[in-house]
Design a protein around this ligand. Structure first.
Ligand code: GLC
Ligand code: GLC
Length: 819
């Protein structure tokens, strides 16, 4: 068991104390238009809005050594000629007191060598399209020190995909300008681009380089550039090949002296008719960008911008703060899980250590679920996101599986046909309306397929989402699955035998009867949510119809979807059950147990309890609950991609963390507070921090998967950061274990706690009012809220009516032992 750092809860930082973490442990810079990923040794890259099309710097995925390409700095000691990097990489010379503090939207990395301490703070100021590296150098020697500081980045020629493949063109297009010590990267600016990047420094330069292979020297890597070794830059100007940016600053520091050097990397645009200065030349017009560069070269402006960033995050997180008997709950809810939800909202699935920034667009289902995790912090942005997503819906109620963030248009190459997709929109809208009370959003005109003229109220979109399922039912009255449901790898209509073919979009069998019990559960849940929305929207007849639809689906699940001790997963193309004791492999799946119980199915007839007991005995492991058991040991052409992964990995019986909170919620619905918290903690990153050497991914955020019990590396996480796991875990712990849940008419207080807790407190911002909530319980018991006092007055039930904006409300809830 080993850790590589510790949580600093007061500072809201994770402090890494050795550079050789099992994998690069990253953080995100930027939360508006300019973004970067940064590892604990300064690896990573930056982009403006789109990680593929506006990539500023290069990064080499899947490289050896790990994590190459970054925001690098080198120090060279003039007297000894010794060189090192204060972030360890890329030189990897040993450091004393190495530390990396990953905070909310910033990272500071530093270390000491030969009596010289250097720490760099990296962040993106709010409202700007640039990043700041502020390096603070201190001479802790008893003599003065003559140092050279070199910076280094490698520019990406904008389209990261083209940049990594089209060398016959790209080796000839690279262009830069260097004026007054500022390096401008302007590849393709001469023709159709009106944007450029800049790399500036607050100190006077002794030299610079912009041609990578001159800076590095032939056949050298980033770990030992010739310029740093010799202490001389060449003032190289890149013409084609690989443009880079490197400043060289010479510093003489007295004993005890501290000096700050600020480096800026930024993105700028000019009006298309004012690109050049003088007009008609090929020189960038710098009149718009220079004032920005000049401002942030000053350390007082840097300090003020950093303080604003910290205030911004404190303000967002103040929406929900808890104090419970579990430090793991507090730490994740108050800081890291909320932060991860914002990052997931901003980045979707585009850029991480596992997402290359050139792959997927915005997922319809993913984005709707991500919304569940940030709607309370950024309701206006949630509203905008809902309208964007709904505008990609197809007139028939179906949905493009993905859409492109820049154009917001549906992605034709992937298309539609994932039959769960439309239903998630209902859950997202319901969550938004419960949080904000903004029922008017249902009247908002939204086009179908972004087709002007096709506008109809958002409410109509939700209706079509539901009827889309109703129009596609199979022989058991259960929804037809289409290409896949939540589990992208359960491809029951594909039967692929061609290497490289997409399991999701190749539907080479038609006319089958493959049905999904998972979608049935999701439908029942969505129908109930839509019924509540309809009632409040003055559409009571609709509401009656939706409740009837919910009941019909509920009945179909209880008959065709029940296997005897758990809910079945699906029926395949031929009508054979999947996730049944009749199967040899894949007898029981987690998803339908979670989703059907969330929809309330089986809570009144013992089925839910039986299903949860089966989950406990067959699927739960110390590292989380696996997707199914037994794992598939060979390829099943009729099941698809799920059986392509080796047993225990990813969708083939891995712990797919996204699904675990569904079981946590189901356990609270069944009243099992102990089991709910236990499951929650098994995948809680903070609780897993002591086994970081096994877990390997960052201990401060959720990963998509943890290898299941069939894998040789059981307990090892992969695909950290950009996962629906973030949203669902925050919902499960705050809304269902702590039970603080927005509802249409107020804030529900419905905790389901483990026996040994004696209560907790919460401060929650809700529709502009602030609620101070105290829940008490005698230890050793489980039960539900039996007494609710709001501002000194006892009220019936567990719903605190919504207070006017600006109000402060005191809520005391007491839990009495059940029965
Ligand atoms: C990935 C996808 C998500 C899907 C899940 C399970 O996380 O982004 O949409 O539900 O895999 O296959
Ligand atoms: C792969 C992954 C799955 C993901 C899908 C996205 O199938 O296993 O998790 O959702 O790709 O296309």
């Amino acid at each position: 068991m080993a850790r590589f750092g510790r949580f600093d809860d007061a500072a809201r930082e994770y402090v890494i104390s050795r550079p050789d973490t099992p994998l690069p442990w990253i953080n995100y810079l930027g939360c508006e238009d300019y973004f970067g990923i940064i590892s604990n040794t300064a690896g990573g890259y930056s982009f403006y809005r789109d990680a593929r099309l506006r990539r500023l710097t290069r990064y080499r995925y899947n490289n050896a050594p790990l994590d190459m390409g970054g925001r690098y700095l080198y120090l060279r000691d003039g007297s000894s000629g010794e060189l090192w990097s204060p972030s360890w990489q890329p030189v990897r010379a040993e450091l004393e007191d190495y530390r990396c503090r990953h905070g909310l939207g910033y990272t500071a990395i530093g270390g000491r060598r030969a009596g010289i301490d250097a720490e760099t703070l990296y962040f993106v100021p709010l409202g700007e399209t640039l990043e700041i590296w502020r390096t603070r150098l201190t001479n802790q020697r008893t003599e003065s020190a003559d140092l050279s500081l070199f910076s280094a980045i490698e520019f990406c020629l904008w389209d990261a995909w083209d940049d990594a493949t089209n060398f016959q063109r790209n080796y000839s297009t690279g262009e830069v300008e260097v004026v007054d010590g500022v390096i401008y990267h302007k590849t393709e600016y001469r023709e159709r681009r009106n944007h450029f990047a800049y790399f500036a420094c607050s100190a006077e330069l002794a030299g610079f380089d912009t041609q990578r292979d001159v800076f590095l020297g032939p056949y050298r890597g980033w770990e030992h550039p010739i310029a740093v070794e010799t202490g001389h830059s060449s003032d190289s100007i890149a013409h084609g090949w690989a443009p880079c940016g490197s400043h060289h600053v010479e510093l003489s520091l007295q004993p005890g002296e501290t000096r700050d050097v600020v480096i800026l990397l930024g993105y700028a645009e000019n009006p298309t008719d004012a690109k050049f200065d003088p007009p008609g030349s090929q020189t960038i017009d710098k009149r718009l960008v220079l004032p920005v560069i000049d401002r942030y070269r000053r350390t007082d402006a840097v300090d003020a911008a950093f303080q604003r960033l910290r205030d911004h995050w404190d303000e967002l997180l103040e929406t929900l703060q808890v104090s419970t008997p579990s430090e793991h709950v507090d730490r994740m809810v108050n800081t890291w899980n909320a932060y991860q939800c914002m990052v997931t909202f901003n980045l979707s699935r585009s850029a991480s250590s596992f997402e290359s920034g050139i792959g997927r667009g915005m997922g319809f289902r993913d984005s709707n679920q991500d919304l569940l995790g940030f709607v309370h912090m950024a309701p206006e942005r949630a509203r905008e996101r809902i309208l964007d997503i709904a505008a990609t819906q197809l007139p028939g109620g179906g949905a493009y599986h993905q859409y492109q963030p820049l154009t917001k248009a549906g992605n034709d190459s992937i298309g539609a046909g994932f039959h769960d997709d439309p239903l998630w929109l209902i859950l997202a809208v319901a969550a938004y309306v419960k949080e904000t009370g903004d029922g008017a959003v249902l009247d908002e005109p939204v086009p179908y397929d972004n087709d002007p003229g096709s506008q109809s109220p958002l409410y109509d979109h939700l209706q079509r989402s539901l009827s889309y399922t109703q129009e596609r039912l199979g022989p058991h009255g259960l929804p037809l699955i289409g290409r896949a449901d939540w589990n992208d790898c359960l491809n029951l209509n594909c039967f692929s035998d061609t290497p490289g073919e997409s399991f999701q979009t190749t539907e080479n069998r038609r006319g089958g009867v493959a049905e999904s019990v998972f979608i049935a559960g999701l439908f029942a849940l969505a129908a109930a949510e839509l019924a509540m929305l309809a009632e409040r929207h003055g559409r009571c007849d609709d509401a009656v119809g939706y409740r009837r639809a919910q009941a019909t689906m509920d009945a179909a699940v209880r008959s065709g979807g029940w296997d005897g001790a758990w809910f079945r997963r699906a029926y395949d193309y031929f009508g054979n059950p999947v996730g049944s004791s009749e199967n040899e492999e894949g007898q029981i799946f987690i998803e339908p147990q979670g989703m059907c119980i969330l929809a309330g199915i089986g809570l009144d007839d013992g089925k839910a309890e039986a299903a949860l007991a089966s989950v406990a005995s067959r699927l739960a492991t110390p590292h989380g609950i696996v997707l199914h058991q037994p794992a598939y040991t060979r390829y099943h052409v009729e099941l698809g991609e799920i059986s392509t992964y080796p047993p225990g990995y990813k969708e083939n019986a891995g712990v797919f963390c996204h699904t675990n909170p569904w079981i946590v919620i189901a356990e609270t619905l069944a009243g099992n507070g102990d089991r709910a918290l236990d499951y929650y903690l098994r995948i809680n990153p903070s609780a897993r921090e002591p086994i970081s050497d096994l877990h390997r991914c960052e201990p401060y955020v959720y990963s998509q998967v943890i290898a299941g019990r069939d894998a040789p590396t059981h307990g090892e996480a992969k695909n950290s950061w950009l996962t629906g796991t973030a949203a669902w875990n925050l919902v499960a712990v705050t809304g269902w274990i702590l039970g603080i849940r927005p509802d249409h008419d107020g804030l529900r207080i419905d905790p389901c706690l483990p026996a040994d807790w004696d209560g907790f407190t919460v401060v929650r911002r809700f529709r502009g009012a602030r609620y101070h909530i105290t829940v008490t319980k005698s230890p050793g018991t489980q039960g539900r809220v039996s007494r609710l006092v709001v501002d000194g007055r006892q009220i019936d039930g567990n719903l605190v009516p919504a207070a006017p904006a600006g109000a402060t409300v005191t809520v005391e809830a007491a839990i009495r032992a059940a029965g």
